[in-house]
Design a protein around this ligand. Structure first.
Ligand SMILES: *Cc1c(COP(=O)(O)O)cnc(C)c1O
Length: 391
């Protein structure tokens, strides 16, 4: 069997055994509807309550009831943007996000614009950091919501969330953050960081797909998302997916519990990989912030190489990487993140994302660097860019 290496943990992970063990009994032994009152229902409700508690503790929320389960990050982001904007529309119809948000934020904003809201898309610097001066400049009396992601999924840059939240609160504005890539990578304390609303998803942290949550601080209003019943305090109807929620709760708990150990491990894996790449391949640049970034994401530009061609050559050798985020990588459109960072087209079109996870070994990396070296050389030798470019 040929070798396979998974380098795409930022688009999704496998489900860890610890999480799987938490889920298994919920498929058959504990099958009650969590919204029913008999013993079967109470047993299921107990599982859901435990998951809510675990997430509450992991992010230091005040109450478990501030956690609303959703079908994942996309749904939580859609709900936060539209639901909060709608709930506060009598106060104002202006919101602020960054240009490098996930599509589930940006596309929800586009719908708000169609509805007559005004949306400001904050620029970022070449490292992917939001300019706080610019943020202050864009705030108006009508601004009701600021949403800035904690960690960018394409380049790994970490925003100054606590400072942004403080600015928002100085002006009486609600602050939401998409923390889908942050949980397990950096400490998230919603009280200390003054976060009012926050998105988390299960499948980026060794939990199941199709489940996530919106943390919503008590007192913050939001429009109901799904009508029909009392699930999630009436805000998001539908029978709760107990196995998914159980796995998600466990995944969040484990991600936070193991954060320090994992961060260290991922850093050494990433640094080793980068050193090998730099030692063996010329004209490679790192995109993103040099310091203020997570250890799990590395966006590399291989100058004079077409990213899609490189992706295909790597795939032929069993290596899975991504050209940007999963949501945009299968279209030929350019990464909106690298564009917002001001990268030239040639650089953006030569950039791919390696994301690191628990199963990567030194052998995987050595194999990958071998294949990379060969593939990059091959593509450069046939590249028109080479002739016109540096060599
Ligand atoms: C993956 C991801 C999402 C979407 O989460 P899903 O659960 O896949 O819908 C949102 N934001 C960021 C930053 C992500 O990485």
């Amino acid at each position: 069997m040929s070798k396979k290496v998974y380098f795409d943990y930022a688009s999704t992970t496998y489900v860890s055994n610890e999480v799987l063990n938490e889920m298994m009994p919920c498929f058959n032994a504990i099958y009650g509807n969590a919204n029913t009152l008999h013993s079967f229902g109470r047993m299921a409700a107990g599982v859901v309550d435990r998951a809510r508690d675990r997430i509450k503790n992991a992010i230091n929320a005040e109450k478990a009831n501030e956690i609303y389960f959703t079908s994942g990050g996309t749904e939580a982001n859609n709900w936060a943007i539209r639901g909060i904007a709608h709930a506060y529309s009598s106060k104002g119809k202006h919101i602020i996000v960054s240009q490098i948000e996930h599509k589930s934020i940006l596309d929800a904003c586009a719908v708000l614009e169609e509805e007559g809201y005004e949306v400001t898309y904050l620029p970022v610097d070449k490292h992917g950091l939001v300019d706080l001066g610019q943020l202050l400049h864009e705030i108006k009396n009508e601004t009701t919501l600021i949403s800035i992601m904690a960690v960018n999924n394409e380049v790994g840059t970490i925003q100054n969330i606590k400072t942004i939240a403080k600015i928002a609160h100085d002006y009486g504005i609600i602050f939401h953050t998409d923390a889908s890539q942050a949980i397990g990578n950096l400490k998230i304390d919603v009280k200390d960081m003054e976060i009012d609303a926050m998105t988390i998803t299960g499948h980026k942290i060794y939990g199941p797909k199709g489940v996530g949550c919106l943390y919503l601080k008590e007192g913050i209003r939001i429009e109901n998302l799904i009508y029909g019943g009392s699930a999630e305090r009436g805000k998001r109807g539908g029978t709760v997916d107990v196995p998914a929620v159980a796995g998600f709760g466990k995944a969040v708990e484990v991600a936070v519990r193991d954060m320090a150990v994992n961060a260290q491990k991922m850093k050494s894996v990433r640094d080793y990989f980068l050193k090998c790449v730099h030692d063996r391949i010329e004209f490679v640049e790192v995109n993103g912030h040099p310091m203020q970034k997570v250890n799990t994401i590395l966006n590399l530009c291989f100058e004079m190489v077409d990213k899609e061609s490189l992706l295909m050559l790597l795939d032929l050798e069993g290596i899975a990487v991504s050209a940007g985020s999963a949501c945009t990588s299968n279209s030929l459109t350019q990464s909106h993140v690298l564009k917002a960072m001001g990268l030239e087209d040639e650089i953006a079109n030569s950039s791919i994302r390696f994301s690191f996870g628990k199963n990567l070994t030194k052998e995987d990396i050595d194999y990958t660097v071998d294949v990379l070296e060969k593939s990059v050389a091959k593509l450069r030798s046939i590249s028109a860019l080479t002739k016109a470019g540096r060599k």
